[in-house]
Structures are given as structure tokens and as C-alpha cells.
Write a protein that binds this ligand. Structure first.
Ligand code: MN
Length: 211
């Protein structure tokens, strides 16, 4: 079986985010949940036009489809992309936002603490499974939340950071306390350097064509 989509390596060691996110959570979340989305995606695309697309193209091509098979494809492709983006949104060596990102945060929210409060609120109020996002449009930052496998990227929105609020992301470490998980993750391990890189990418007009 051809397997065009791969499980991207974690950007840090399994235990690097502990105690905020334990190695035990990573062992299930990355090695079981994320791996299963990749494996299922590879099975679904086998022998189809989607096998030759980039992951982002599969997500965008199947978003909003009424076809049951394409919906399943979207769910798995979206979850592969979202999880890879989530791991890169987290870091064991957090730095403060600086430069253009810091200015954009000040303009949109007043400051980092206000941004974090709004991002946490999006995560807390996402009913059921989903994601909270920091996104940018024309350099202006805003917060979004999406259910299940949905992602702002599907509509071409530039994503800066995400936090997974599916129960599997926090239940082993925080049980049902999603607000505590959000408060701890957002305060301690959010990767502002990744956000800054993504903000800078938005100003590159030929992003898709250049790849
Ligand atoms: Mn997850």
C-alpha cells in the first residue's frame, strides 16, 4: 500500500512538555490518535486523486463536501494537519512575543494577557470536541474556534497557533478540567516564535506557488 502521508516528527522529546502535558498524554495523543488519523487518511486516499495532493490541498478540496466519503476524508486529513500544527504551537522553552507579532497583539487585543484570555475563552466555550485558534488576515490578529476536525486553513485563513480541546488532549492530566488545561498550556508552553513565523508567511503573496 502506498502511504503518501506521514506522521511528522514531534518537535521536542515526549516528556519535554511535562508537567504541563505529560509523556503519558503524548504517548496516547501522538502515537495513537495522531498516528491513527495518518493511517486512516492513507487508506482513504489509496487509488484516488487525493493521493497525489499535498495535505493542505486534500483538506481544502474536501471541506464542506456533502459526499460521505469525502467528509470522512476531510475529518482525517483535517486532524492530521491540525495535530501537526498543534505540536508546533507548543514549546518547552517559551519566549515572549516580540517584533511584528508583539505589535500585532497590542493592536488587536491590547496585550498578550488579553489575547490569552480570549483564546482560553474560545477553547472553554467550544462545545464538545474542537480547536481554538489565533489567526491573521492582512496582518490583523483574531481568535476563532472550530468543531471536530474543522480548521480555518480549510478556508485559506492564515493560522498562527492552535490548541486542541478534544478530551484526549487533556483528560489524562487534567481529567474534565478543560479550563485548567487551557490556562496552563497558554501560560507556559505556547510557541510565540512559531506564531511569529506564521504571521510573517502571510505577507508572502506567492506562498502556495512557491512550494
Ligand atoms: Mn487531538
Amino acid at each position: 500500500m502506498s502511504a503518501p502521508f506521514k506522521l511528522a516528527p514531534l518537535p521536542w522529546a515526549d516528556d519535554a512538555l511535562a508537567p504541563t502535558i505529560s509523556a503519558n498524554t503524548i504517548s496516547f495523543h501522538y502515537y495513537k490518535h495522531h498516528q491513527t488519523y495518518v493511517d486512516t487518511l492513507n487508506k482513504l486516499v489509496e487509488g484516488t486523486k487525493f493521493a497525489d495532493m499535498k495535505l493542505e490541498e486534500v483538506v481544502q478540496a474536501t471541506a464542506g463536501s456533502a459526499d460521505a466519503k469525502e467528509k470522512t476524508l476531510f475529518n482525517n486529513a483535517g486532524q492530521v494537519w491540525n495535530h501537526d500544527f498543534y505540536w508546533r504551537s507548543l514549546t518547552p522553552s517559551q519566549t515572549a512575543p516580540s517584533g511584528a507579532l508583539d505589535s500585532a497583539i497590542a493592536e488587536a487585543f491590547g496585550g498578550k494577557d488579553e489575547l490569552i484570555a480570549k483564546l482560553a475563552d474560545a477553547g472553554k466555550t467550544q462545545f464538545g470536541s474542537g480547536w481554538a485558534w489565533l489567526v491573521s488576515k492582512d496582518g490583523k490578529l483574531s481568535i476563532e474556534k472550530t468543531p471536530n476536525a474543522e480548521t480555518p486553513m480549510a478556508k485559506g485563513v492564515n493560522c498562527l497557533l492552535t490548541v486542541d480541546v478534544w478530551e484526549h488532549a487533556y483528560y489524562l492530566d487534567y481529567q474534565n478540567a478543560r479550563p485548567k488545561y487551557l490556562e496552563t498550556v497558554l501560560g507556559k508552553i505556547l510557541n510565540w516564535e512559531f506564531a511569529a513565523e506564521n504571521l510573517a508567511k502571510e505577507s508572502t503573496p506567492v506562498r502556495a506557488a512557491a512550494e
